[in-house]
Design a protein around this ligand. Structure first.
Ligand code: MG
Length: 251
């Protein structure tokens, strides 16, 4: 169960039931307090992670999307493109299996897998321990591939420099309106699988308009992780922001 969204928990069911019988106020207050406690604790761990990344000049990105949007494919393509220029490490989040960490290692980067079990997002405490185990080199790039989910990861700061939200053209262009929290929290949106545009009913302009409606500052990159179109814009964004981020924290 996710302690913030309460998905699958008896508390969620009780909350719905309680609303019907007019006893919602107490339950609501308890859930709000629980959410504040969980996010407050997470924020303290996220601050520690961020300080560590700044001290070691590690550029950390938190990659968030639905399952199947192509996060791991994007990362293997990015590792291929950048591994000769910068040290790359990856933290993989999935409910179970080591499959994605294995894919990352085969592309030549160091990776560690976090299995969240019933959990539907990564938290900053898990990421802190994974960083200890990975021991990434200074001045590198750290990708944190979150559990496939557009909802629960949104409020959880992991200490990253930027949140990157991704959707693919095989999904609905209305996702920014349906799941606004993550599009509001993100700095960059990647629209993946552009090579499939001729075969699917996806309105690119509408998708971008919806995303900008939620977050006018959102940077947008369209690409195909598997075919390579647009990948250089993403690689350039990483390398540029990495330098800007370092200089931002220099005394
Ligand atoms: Mg994956």
């Amino acid at each position: 169960m996710c302690t913030t969204c309460g998905c699958g928990s008896s508390e969620t069911l009780n909350h719905q039931h309680a609303s019907k019988v007019g006893a919602a106020d107490k339950t609501d207050l308890r859930l709000v307090q629980l959410e504040k406690d969980v996010l407050g604790k997470n924020k303290r761990y996220a601050t520690q992670n961020r300080e560590y990344f700044q001290q070691h000049e590690i550029f950390a990105l938190n990659i968030i999307s639905s399952p199947g949007s192509g996060k791991t494919s994007l990362l293997t393509a990015t590792i291929d493109a950048l591994k000769d220029q910068v040290d790359i490490n990856v933290i993989e989040g999935d409910q179970s299996s080591q499959l994605d960490a294995d894919r990352i290692r085969s592309s030549g980067a160091k990776a560690i897998q976090i299995n969240t079990g019933k959990g539907c997002h990564l938290d900053a405490h898990q990421v802190g321990h994974a960083v200890e185990d990975l021991n990434p080199a200074d001045k590198g790039v750290l990708f944190i591939e979150n559990v496939g989910n557009l909802v629960c990861p949104a409020p959880f700061d992991l200490g990253e420099a930027y949140k990157v939200v991704m959707l693919s053209v095989t999904e609905g262009e209305d996702k920014p309106l349906k799941y606004p929290d993550i599009f509001y929290a993100a700095d960059l949106m990647i629209i993946n699988k552009t090579d499939l545009l001729p075969y699917v009913d996806f309105n690119m302009e509408q998708c971008i308009a919806y995303a900008k409606q939620i977050n006018p500052n959102l940077i947008i990159i369209k690409l195909s992780a598997t075919k390579g179109d647009g990948l250089s814009a993403w690689a350039q964004w990483i390398m540029k922001q990495r330098v800007l981020n370092e200089s931002k924290h220099k005394p």
